[in-house]
Design a protein around this ligand. Structure first.
Ligand SMILES: Cc1cc2nc3c(=O)[nH]c(=O)nc-3n(C[C@H](O)[C@H](O)[C@H](O)COP(=O)(O)O)c2cc1C
Length: 324
């Protein structure tokens, strides 16, 4: 018997794209664009939204786009369709990062349900966390989430944590002294009403204990109070086996799967990327014997609910249909 499959309608896929834009991105740059074509959603990196000073290779841009790809995949699956993802499907279009094709209708798995439900609740939390240990079982789920996407998540030992936090603080100072740093920060973390960039209300305090290296957000940091953060934060390092564009895309998908798995377990999260933006620090984040490349540092713990950061409307991220 022949069966015909009905692909999701354009409206369903447009809704999935809107959901995908809830993904995290470096300084909320939202460096993605999407093109719909029948059951196909092409996901592009937007070169105009790359942070050339702190992300010259576009590594964090591809991590951000990868986070949107994972979110899109979950949204399509949650809508009741299989989906297949091809990384970099067209060498002629280097900005075309992934082609996601919605396929036959299928039952929604319990994991997809849980992760998809977490999408609107995941926010970067830059506030102090409770002085409560994260249970090993919860951490194991985060490690599994990274592995599911082909990445490696390592939980820092107490000595490793202190070393990473000190390195992150030093990396932050080095970045601040670099050419163009402040101008770029002003572009992405300035005052005023806008649909992108770091939201003033999402910035949080400085750590009075100076243990957690919260990110400098320039002008927005000026009025930041200081409050004691948890003295022994739980710190994780996300890494990949390679360090080329497909690995950065993979890292982004793994990052978002880890963040959503954390959210689902009521864990708050803070990406800390200063140490991966300074090559000398980045090299020290992984054991050379493993051959892994560090892609992101994460802090996880129990925090109060953090506010939502704005997103650009669908009309700004959807590209016109391909000419026929
Ligand atoms: C590649 C990448 C790097 C990031 N680096 C940092 C960071 O160093 N410090 C920080 O506070 N947030 C960092 N973030 C979080 C973004 O600032 C955040 O995702 C964005 O502002 C949108 O807010 P939301 O995560 O609450 O939706 C990073 C996110 C990504 C994807």
């Amino acid at each position: 018997m022949n069966t015909t499959t009905v692909p999701p309608s354009r409206r369903v896929l447009a809704d999935c794209v809107r959901t995908a834009t809830a993904a995290p991105s470096l300084h909320n740059s939202q460096p993605w664009r999407f093109r719909l074509d029948g059951p196909v959603v092409d996901v592009y990196a937007d070169p105009a939204r790359r942070l050339e000073v702190i992300d010259p290779a576009g590594r964090e841009q591809l991590i951000s786009v990868g986070a949107a790809v994972l979110t899109l995949r979950l949204a399509i699956e949650q809508a009741g369709y299989r989906c297949e993802t091809t990384p970099f499907p067209s060498p002629a279009e280097p900005e075309l990062v992934a082609r996601v094709v919605a396929g036959a209708p299928t039952a929604v798995s319990a994991t997809t349900e849980a992760l998809a439900a977490a999408i609107p609740h995941r926010h970067t939390n830059r506030w102090p966390f409770a002085q409560l240990p994260v249970p090993p079982e919860a951490l194991r789920r985060l490690v599994d989430a990274a592995r599911h996407e082909g990445a490696v998540l390592t939980i820092a030992t107490p000595a490793g944590r202190d070393r990473i936090l000190a390195m992150a603080a030093e990396a932050g100072r080095r970045l601040q002294g670099g050419p163009g740093y402040h101008a770029e920060l002003d572009r992405w973390a300035g005052q005023g009403v806008r649909h992108d960039g770091v939201a003033p209300w999402a910035v949080g305090p400085w750590d009075a204990l100076e243990a957690v290296p919260v990110r400098d957000f320039g002008e927005l940091s000026e009025l930041r109070p200081a409050e004691p953060f948890e003295p022994y934060p739980t710190i994780l390092v996300l890494a990949t086996a390679g360090d080329a564009r497909p690995d950065w895309l993979r890292a982004g998908q793994a990052l978002q799967r880890v963040l959503l798995t954390a959210t689902w377990q009521n864990l708050a999260t803070t990406p800390i990327s200063q140490p991966v933006e300074v090559p000398q620090a980045r090299r020290l984040l992984t054991d050379p014997a493993t051959g892994l490349s560090a892609q992101m540092v994460l802090r996880v713990g129990y925090g109060k609910v953090a506010g939502r950061s704005p997103r650009r409307p669908l009309s700004e991220v959807l590209l016109p249909d391909r000419a026929r």
